[in-house]
Every structure is written in structure tokens, then in C-alpha cells.
Design a protein around this ligand. Structure first.
Ligand code: RIB
Ligand code: CA
Length: 314
């Protein structure tokens, strides 16, 4: 079965690895890349997405989306994680391809209307484009197949604050809108993505299986591995963004827990994704919160092999 998706992204090194996984997978049809600020400013996200499409020889629409959080000042960016260029400072030549003139939100709405009930929205950055798309088309939940996100931290600490993960922290009000919408939402947060460290031999294997795309991931990830390896004996990094895509094609690798979810927007807990597993509370305040599916476990070895095997496909 082929999954039609729109991939909403802030490339970003782990975004790049995920985007190439989606392009390589025979079970995923990427209708377009919609970009958002987050790791880098949205103009750089859009430029980087065009570069990744050119490198992968993929001719699909790329749009530029929101550059600011739903509420509050311009966000700080994660250049300290992804480099000044978003690709680990490797000075990779930028594409001169042109963007689709529509906003990311408008593209999402147009495609959902064109393919009612067929598209899964996969968001691997802050959620402003999905929130805006819901405002443009309030019937959007009925027009998409579902939503899968990399973001949040349900039962583990955050990575920006003790309680908040970066994608949700970057635009907590947008996330609150997206989590509350009446669609099927699968959340792949730090509960699973921080549980699967990848070492340099994984990068070597991606490169050996696919010199062009795997080579780019290996080259751009050196800066990323340096960041994640601070204060550690070993050298590792975390490819957060590919997990919602791996679940799409191989759901059997994951354990999902259903629960009532709330996103905090107060200053102290901004971006916290609190989840009450079904049956765990009688509190009306929690029982009225929208139910989502949270990934709480993944088969590490099979996931790693899936990534390697998919990059190896011609
Ligand atoms: O917290 C990890 C997430 O934030 C990933 O999507 C990474 O690309 C950054 O956007
Ligand atoms: Ca990302």
C-alpha cells in the first residue's frame, strides 16, 4: 500500500535523513515538502528543502510557510545543533530551483481538497503550518487520512526545558490547536526518539549503501554528532524525524499508547505534552482532552535495519 503524504519540515539534519528515507521508500508518495521555521529560519528551511529535492532528483512542490510562532516573538533557532546553514556547515551548493508560490498552509489545504481522505500529514517541525491550515479550512480533519508528528515528550523529560521538546516548545499555541483538532494524531516524541542512539558506523553504512544520499547524511551529521556527544563517552546522534515515517510503512515496529493529551502554553511549562493514558484518570479536565496515540516503544534493531535497507534501494 502506498501512503500519500505531505511532509512539513524545518531542515535540519535529521529532517534531511527523514526526507531521503521518505523519497527512498517504495511505500511513500511524497506530494510535497511544506517548510516551517524551527531549526533554522523559514527562508533557510525552504532553501534547504529545495536543495534536498535536487540532490535526490525529486521534482515535487516545495513551499515556504510560517516564520513566526502563533503567539510571541521570533523564536531562537537551533544553529548550535544543525549549523549556520542547517546542514552542519558543510557549504553544500544550494539549488536554484524555485518554490511553489503558495504558502505551506494553502498547499496543505489545496492538496487535501484534491485528494480527500487520502493524505497523511507528517509534521517534523513546529506545527504552525498545520494550525494555519486548520484556520484556512476548518473541515481539514475530515479531508485528511491522519496526522503523524515528530514532537513532544509524554513520559520522559524534554530537550529544550525539563518538560518541553523543541518542535512543540517552538510553537506551543499552534501545537495546542493541532492536538485539539478532530483528526487521528500519532505522536512520535522523545519517548521513542531519544531511546534510539545512532553511532558513526550507522552513518558509514548509510553512505556505503547510498553514496549520494547516505553520503550527504554522513557528511552533514558530523556537526550534529558533535553536539549530541558532548558530555558523553561515545559518539552518537538521534534521528528523531524519520520515526513517524517508519511507523507509516512498518507500524509493527512500534508500540502506541492511547491517551488524553494536553499542551501547556504557560511560560514555565510552555510546550509540555502531558498525556493521561485511557482509564488512568476520572478527572473531567483530562477526560475532555482530545485522545491521541503516543509512541512509547520501538524495536531498535529492526528500525535501524529498515533505515539501512531503504537507503540501499536503487
Ligand atoms: O526535538 C527534535 C526535533 O526538533 C526534530 O524535529 C529536530 O529536527 C528539531 O526540529
Ligand atoms: Ca525537524
Amino acid at each position: 500500500m502506498t501512503h500519500k503524504i505531505i511532509l512539513d519540515t524545518d531542515p535540519g539534519i535529521d529532517d534531511a535523513m527523514a526526507i531521503f528515507f521518505a523519497f527512498q521508500s517504495p511505500d511513500i508518495d511524497v506530494l510535497g515538502l511544506t517548510t516551517v521555521y524551527g531549526n533554522v529560519p523559514v527562508t533557510m528551511s525552504a532553501k534547504n528543502a529545495l536543495t534536498l529535492c535536487e540532490l535526490a532528483d525529486k521534482d515535487i512542490p516545495v513551499t515556504k510557510g510560517v516564520g513566526m510562532p502563533w503567539v510571541g516573538p521570533e523564536s531562537g533557532y537551533a544553529h548550535f545543533v544543525h549549523g549556520d546553514d542547517g546542514f552542519g556547515n558543510i557549504d553544500f551548493p544550494a539549488s536554484d530551483r524555485q518554490l511553489d508560490p503558495r504558502s505551506s498552509a494553502q498547499f496543505i489545504v489545496d492538496m487535501a481538497r484534491q485528494h480527500p481522505g487520502e493524505i497523511t500529514l507528517v509534521a517534523i517541525g513546529p506545527l504552525g503550518n498545520l494550525a494555519l491550515a486548520l484556520r484556512l479550512e476548518p473541515e481539514l480533519p475530515k479531508l485528511v487520512k491522519g496526522v503523524s508528528i515528530m514532537g513532544g515528550a509524554a513520559f520522559v523529560p524534554g530537550n529544550v526545558t525539563p518538560v518541553a521538546e523543541a518542535n512543540i516548545w517552538n510553537d506551543a499555541h499552534a501545537a495546542e490547536i493541532v492536538f485539539a483538532a478532530d483528526w487521528e494524531l500519532n505522536m512520535f516524541g522523545l519517548d521513542v526518539t531519544n531511546a534510539v542512539p545512532f553511532t558513526p558506523d550507522f552513518l558509514d553504512e548509510l553512505e556505503s549503501k547510498n553514496a549520494k544520499l547516505g553520503g550527504f547524511v554522513k557528511q552533514s551529521s558530523q556537526f550534529y554528532v558533535d553536539f549530541y556527544s558532548q558530555n558523553r563517552e561515545d559518539r552518537v546522534c538521534f534521528f528523531h524525524d524519520a520515526m513517524p515515517l517508519a511507523h507509516l510503512t512498518h507500524p509493527e515496529l512500534f508500540t502506541l499508547t492511547r491517551g488524553h493529551a494536553r499542551v501547556s502554553t504557560d511560560p514555565l511549562n510552555k510546550g509540555q505534552t502531558s498525556v493521561a493514558p485511557i482509564g488512568s484518570t476520572m478527572s473531567p479536565l483530562w477526560l475532555e482532552a482530545t485522545e491521541i496515540n503516543v509512541a512509547t516503544d520501538v524495536d531498535h534493531d529492526k528500525l535501524r535495519q529498515l533505515y539501512v535497507d531503504t537507503y540501499a534501494l536503487a
